[in-house]
Ligand binder design. Structure first.
Ligand code: G1P
Ligand code: ZN
Length: 551
């Protein structure tokens, strides 16, 4: 039997996981021992996995295959008994969550930098998910980081690469490595939640056309297996459905800027009825109707309000959870349904405890993430199927009609996020620090509402969260400024970027009057945008006169 090799190493600074794992440039990960140090730190932070199962896979980006071979050897050397690897190294983030749960694995390692660009000059990422299928809680990610700061050795094996293309089991050291089909388990789970018969009828009928853009990222094989093979949608419904290591040079982030091709198709005269896209690792979703983009905050609210039409959720929702910067649209549905709406910090890891404890069924983030208790990650293909199920159950109603009807019932939370990407780190930190310092002076301050009236600040704080399940406290999660007319501005810095800092400014205003709900979003938010500038001095500090991305 092959004995583990003990390789001496020294710590790398900065291996602290962010919003969603450790993300760095590929060139950083390619340094000798860099990946190994982090992987060993993960294993050292865990206990009791001898002989247990580990799931490994990724979004297919550049370096995915190399990293998988390294991780498989190290997992075997560290004592895992069985290592499940997605064929060709492919495993979407939600499918990884599904497989961890279904196979009773100890945990999983997911290789992805989500929506960040890939390729030799792009980004790479790695994160650990626990046995519930969800991202490791902060207690574990902080332990991994502390370990990485003191690491002196890692364990590996001197064995040949495994064949990632061939399904089946091989042995390395004392471990069994099983290369498995990465789409089957997830597709089967979807079939238990949604009315595949009704959706299939809709897609095969010929009168309804959909277009799914996989952005050359991981969802291509999932979309083919589910939409085409199981539900009978024409092959032409899929675009960019072959995963590429550099995502075809694109930015696999399903928003109106980076999925411009889909938006163009959906706004053309002969547009399909339904458009959707997913991101690098398949956990995000964008939903577009004909001539109509659904904002993710609205999408969560609409799904919650229509969940009774979907078999897997028809028995009722236990609760809804949304990240703090996500609009309050879902809160209105929760109030109507008489269920709780939980407000958590940004990042899916905070939903895990709520889902495990049965306090929430649906979760969502403004950043195109929607999901439920079926797994412990957000799930792009799931969100698309949920919409298709709702459309099948409300025959003749378009995506736009369903959203406008929702606004009439619940009011419209006019919402936008402005991102300033790649700004100077010192300037961005200074902006947030000064806002934080000014919090005490803000309540009572008056801002022009654009129609001659004024709004007063009623809330100014730095969001902190106490987990209702384990009592853990997370602080410094974003500056919130709320006004007496229900408007809100949130300022926070991204925890997933790899270059400079990204300032995110989240803006929202409530419009209950159906007559006024048709307004253009940026125009309607104009006075709030001006207030954000006055509060934070964004232009002067970042040197930018406009955001890089507006969603
Ligand atoms: C971003 C999103 C956040 C999401 C995360 C991972 O994090 O804002 O909602 O959970 O990506 O997909 P951020 O860069 O803002 O820290
Ligand atoms: Zn993602």
């Amino acid at each position: 039997m092959t004995l583990p090799l003990i390789v001496p190493t020294r710590p790398f600074a900065g291996q602290r996981p962010g919003t969603s794992g450790l993300r760095k440039k590929v060139s950083v990960f390619e340094q000798p021992h860099y990946l190994e140090n982090f992987v060993q730190s993960v294993f050292d932070a865990l206990e009791g996995f001898a002989g247990a199962t580990l799931v490994v896979g990724g979004d297919g980006r550049y370096y995915n295959d190399v990293a998988i071979q390294t991780i498989v050897r190290m997992a075997a050397a560290n004592g895992f008994g069985r290592i499940l690897v997605g064929q060709r190294g492919i495993l979407s983030t939600p499918a990884a969550s599904c497989v961890i749960r279904k196979r009773g694995a100890f945990g999983g390692i997911i290789l992805s930098a989500s929506h960040n660009p890939g390729g030799p000059d792009g980004d790479f990422g790695i994160k650990y998910n626990a046995g519930n299928g969800g991202p490791a809680p902060e207690r574990i990610t902080e332990a991994i980081w502390r370990r990485s700061e003191a690491i002196e050795r890692y364990l590996t094996l001197d064995t040949a690469d495994i064949d990632l293309a061939r399904l089946g089991v091989t042995s390395i050291g004392a471990a069994q490595v099983e290369v498995f089909d990465p789409v089957v388990d997830h597709a089967e789970l979807m079939a238990t939640l949604f009315d595949f018969a009704a959706i299939g009828e809709l897609l095969r009928g010929g009168a309804f056309r959909m277009r799914f853009d996989a952005m050359h990222a991981v969802t291509g094989p999932y979309a083919r297996a589910i939409f085409v093979e199981r539900l009978g949608a024409p092959e032409a419904s899929l675009v960019d459905a072959v995963p590429l290591p550099d995502f075809g040079g694109g930015h696999p982030d399903p928003n109106p800027v980076y999925a411009a091709a889909l938006v163009e198709t959906m706004f053309a005269p002969d547009a399909p009825d339904f458009g959707a896209a997913s991101d690098g690792d398949g956990d995000r979703n964008m939903i577009v109707g004909r001539n109509f983009i659904v904002t993710p905050s609205d999408s969560l609210a609409v799904l919650a309000a229509n969940a009774h039409l979907v078999p897997g959720y028809a028995r009722g929702l236990k609760g809804i959870a949304r990240s703090m910067p996500t609009s309050r649209a879902a809160d209105r549905v929760a109030a109507h349904l008489g269920i709780a709406c939980h407000e958590t910090p940004t990042g899916w890891k905070f939903f895990g405890n709520l889902l495990d404890a049965g306090l929430a069924t649906l979760c969502g983030e403004e950043s195109a993430g929607t999901g439920s208790d079926h797994v412990r990650e957000k799930d792009g293909v799931w969100a698309v199927l949920f919409w298709l199920n709702v459309l099948a159950a409300r025959p003749g109603e378009s995506v736009e009609a369903i959203v406008r009807d929702h606004w009439r019932r619940f009011g419209r939370d006019i919402y936008s996020r402005h991102d300033y990407e790649g700004v100077d780190v010192v300037a961005a930190n200074g902006l947030i620090a000064d806002l934080r310092a000014s919090l005490g002076d803000l309540p009572g301050q008056r801002f022009d509402r654009g129609d001659g009236s004024v709004a007063r600040v009623t809330l100014a704080d730095d969001f902190a969260y106490t987990d209702p399940v384990d009592g853990s406290v997370t602080t410094g999660q974003g500056i919130r400024v709320g006004f007496d007319d229900g408007s809100r501005i949130v300022f926070r810095l991204s925890g997933t970027g790899t270059e400079g800092a990204t300032l995110r400014v989240y803006l929202e205003r409530f419009e209950p009057d159906p007559e006024k709900q048709g307004v253009e979003t940026q125009e309607a938010l104009g006075p709030l945008i001006a207030a954000a500038e006055r509060l934070a001095g964004i232009r002067g500090r970042t040197g930018r006169d406009r955001p890089t991305v507006v969603t």
